[in-house]
Ligand binder design. Sequence first.
Ligand SMILES: [Fe+2]
Ligand SMILES: [Fe+2]
Length: 211
Amino acid sequence: MYNLTYIMKNVRIKLIKEEHRTIVFELLSKLKAHSKESFVHSIDVADKSLALARVLGIRGVHLERLYVASLLHDVGKVYVDESILHNSNTTEEEREYIRVVHIEGTRSILSEYFDEELVDLAAHHHERLNSSGYPMHLNAKKLGLLDRVLQVADVTSALEMSRCYKDAYAPEQVIEILDKLVSRGELDKRCVREIERLFLKPIRDKSQMSS
Ligand SMILES: [Fe+2]
Ligand SMILES: [Fe+2]
């Protein structure tokens, strides 16, 4: 369903170049119609990327690229059958299918409308600095600051949100998991430190004070 008002309310339109706005809205509305959960996650990832970008001094064309890639990083999920996407009991084979199809889908959809840098950025969100990610097993040398921001924003959002297959983690659990991912060499230390400071520690400290 195309619900432009809802999308407009959730997207910071001024950050998006005029020539990109229509297609960003169209693709987001397709994603929302296919999976409300993926749509809400995408808006959340984009907000987190933006906040990180601001403290890391990312501006101008890089900021727009990061914001649009964050909004659309999972748009390839429109190619994943809904019965698998929203199934809480998927098999390993189905999970592999989701991994492959959604990244290939994101790459093929975005490459029709955006430049290579933006497409690569969106398609790198499951890569990890120690090459343990997918689909290309890139290493730290190939993953720039924008890639790292989007990876950390994506993981944080996925941990914080409840999904059909998992409950939401509390802020202290998210912090613990993110720290572990840094110590394993998967995620960028500075991005994790900043996202914890911006989003997680204030909520954790507040709940500890009131308990
Ligand atoms: Fe993804
Ligand atoms: Fe994601």
